[in-house]
Design a protein around this ligand. Structure first.
Ligand code: UDP
Length: 475
């Protein structure tokens, strides 16, 4: 405990929005319970953290969160200067160098552990060495994966049983062995790193992550127990590690932050809200593919075509500033009915607006859980990482979404989905009896999510339990 008898926790998020944002939310959840929180990140990632936790002046002095910076070794790892997060990685060829840079942060982290003497380290799973660092300083390390537990189970069953090695072609279906729910996949949907004949560097990293989890105090999951109950129970059996479900973290932080998080939005939030206020309930489709996914121009044109032909109202987030690729006259023809946000959207504000009736999403875990929390049905368009597993959870287990029909994991999305497929999925999720059933289910889950983070809710109790355990180690 510090001089005031407070537990001190250090947070080390992986430098990508999908980890920076929920770790910022998590630090706020801990500090709201009287924990002294310190977040370690690199200089260019401070705005994303600040944008999530708020300015110091927004926090009362007792729950102030300290941000400490370390240098990201770009030059040493062979990255361009300023490439400090996943968004700024210039091309997939630089991904190994990016991971190399993150593996070089250990000495700086250990220096901070010495200086700050925290009682616990919460580090993203992509830092497998963090369990060793924590052990050196005789403190517990908790692992944060940034995904739900269904994806963790699916990924572990695939790693253990390798069913994809027993099919004769990349498009043959196989069942994920021992995973509840009879989930079918194809090799094409698997992350490169899950295939043993793929890049073995990633297979090694995956193994190191698992070993470091076994050596850790346990796992923190940004989910709520009721959402993935069967898989939560299964994971504990599978891994033998304790896991705490303390999410949805966005809901823990949202009230104070009024939907603000991550980077500064590229649009005036008041303008967006005004536009949405002018629409009927559940009438608008929100389209956004997170912070990393890259689409080819022809694929973007197909999205434009699908949105236009569907006749639905929409907000579409496009992470670029040039417009030449847009179909001729698109903005004129969809004026008043559709809006493009060029850059970064205030996603939580949009999802929480009653006018939003569906979310076309890449199934990044944060986006997925934010949609669940807001009760918004999804059209699932997975791209990479563990997103194909998340799609299965949404469409087959929770049944709150319909797939657009992506067949292949991709680092850069080429022509994988035609405009007609998007148009068809939009009609299915927005209009008719099936849409109504899906919407009702989504609303029920949203209520469950809100209950989970309230006083005496499962996530709230889980956080209390975790903090008490950490405190008891100190006493
Ligand atoms: N996000 C946002 N505005 C955008 C795009 C993304 O606020 O225009 C947020 C989104 O709400 C989520 C995070 O960025 O919290 C993206 O995380 P996710 O796991 O969904 O996807 P990733 O970016 O890691 O692929």
């Amino acid at each position: 405990m510090d001089a005031k008898g407070k537990l001190k926790v250090m947070f080390l998020p992986f430098p990508g929005q999908g980890h920076l944002i929920p770790m910022g939310d998590m630090a706020r959840a801990f500090s709201g319970r009287g924990v002294r929180a310190t977040i370690v990140t690199t200089p260019l990632n401070v705005p994303a953290i600040r944008g999530t936790i708020g300015k110091s002046s927004d926090l009362d002095s007792d729950s102030e969160i300290e941000i400490v910076t370390i240098k990201f070794p770009c030059a040493e790892a062979g990255l361009p200067e300023g490439c400090e997060n996943t968004e700024s990685v210039p091309s997939p060829d630089f991904i190994p160098a990016f991971f190399k840079a993150t593996s070089m942060l250990q000495p700086q982290l250990e220096h901070l552990l010495l200086q700050h003497s925290p009682h616990c380290l919460i580090a993203s799973a992509f830092y497998p060495w963090a369990s060793h660092s924590a052990a050196t300083f005789n403190i517990p390390r908790l692992v944060f994966y940034g995904t739900g537990v269904f994806a963790l189970c699916a990924s572990e069953c695939l790693r253990l049983y390798q069913p994809h090695n027993n099919v004769s072609s990349d498009s043959d279906l196989f069942v994920i062995p021992h995973l509840p729910g009879n989930i079918h996949m194809t090799r094409m949907m698997l992350p490169d790193y899950a295939k043993t004949d793929g890049e073995t560097k990633y297979a090694e990293l995956l193994k190191a992550i698992k070993e470091s989890e076994v050596a850790s105090f346990g796992v923190i999951v940004n989910s709520f127990y009721e959402l993935e109950q069967e898989y939560a129970d299964y994971y504990e059996k599978l891994q033998g590690r304790r896991a705490w479900y303390i999410g949805p973290l966005s809901l823990c932080n949202q009230q104070e932050r009024k939907g603000k998080r991550g980077k500064e939005a590229s649009v005036d939030e008041g303008d967006i809200l005004k536009w949405l206020d002018s629409k009927k309930a559940n009438a608008v489709v929100y389209v956004c593919f997170g912070s990393i996914a890259n689409f080819s121009e022809s694929q973007l044109r197909e999205i434009a075509r699908g949105l236009e032909d569907s006749g639905q109202e929409f907000i579409w987030v496009v992470r670029r500033s040039d417009k030449e690729w847009l179909p001729e006259g698109f903005e004129r023809r969809t004026e008043g009915r559709g809006m493009i946000i060029w850059g970064w959207a205030p996603q939580l504000l949009i999802l929480d607006h009653p006018a939003v009736g569906a979310f076309v999403t890449h199934c990044g875990w944060n986006s997925t859980l934010e949609a669940v929390s807001a009760g918004v049905p999804m059209v699932t368009w997975p791209v990479s990482a563990e997103q194909f597993y998340n799609e299965k959870l949404v469409t087959e287990i929770l049944e709150i979404g319909v797939p657009v029909g992506v067949k292949k994991w991709a680092r850069i999305v080429g022509d994988s989905v035609g405009g007609e497929a998007l148009e068809k999925a939009l009609k299915r999720i927005m209009v008719g009896e099936e849409a109504e059933t899906i919407r009702n289910r989504a609303h029920k889950l949203s209520e469950m999510a809100r209950t989970a983070v309230e006083r005496n809710g499962s996530s709230s109790c889980s956080l209390t339990d975790l903090i008490q355990r950490l405190q008891s180690i100190q006493n």
